[in-house]
Structures are given as structure tokens and as C-alpha cells.
Design a protein around this ligand. Sequence first.
Ligand SMILES: [Zn+2]
Length: 71
Amino acid sequence: MDRYCVNTRAQANGDHEVHKEGCTFMPLPQNQHYLGAHSNCYGAVMAARLYYPTANGCAFCSYACHTRLSD
Ligand SMILES: [Zn+2]
């Protein structure tokens, strides 16, 4: 199980990125909303979407859950 958080600040494209703890691209501490421990990024993104419908996996640490809907 890994701990995940979502960036409370949207990216330029409107996505709220979901990160695994320790990711190089973790948001600033004040912009992190902790999502709990999940066995994979899918559960973490589902949890994040309760808060942010545009939550999306980080392309670096959660590539399997990263989608490019708005590119
Ligand atoms: Zn990340």
C-alpha cells in the first residue's frame, strides 16, 4: 500500500494531479490533500474524484492512471 495525495490546485488544463508519496512532483505541502493508503493509483484517483471530478494520475508516479483528455 502506498500513500497518495491530490493537488488542491488545478493544473493549467484543469486537472488535479494525484501523486504517490515520495514523487518528485509532489505539490507543496499546503496544496496536498491526503487521500489515504491505496494498493494502486486507481483507488487513489477514485478517492480524489470525490473532491475533484477532474482528478488525474500524475504522469510520473501514477502513469497507469494518467489520461490526456485535455491535450
Ligand atoms: Zn507524481
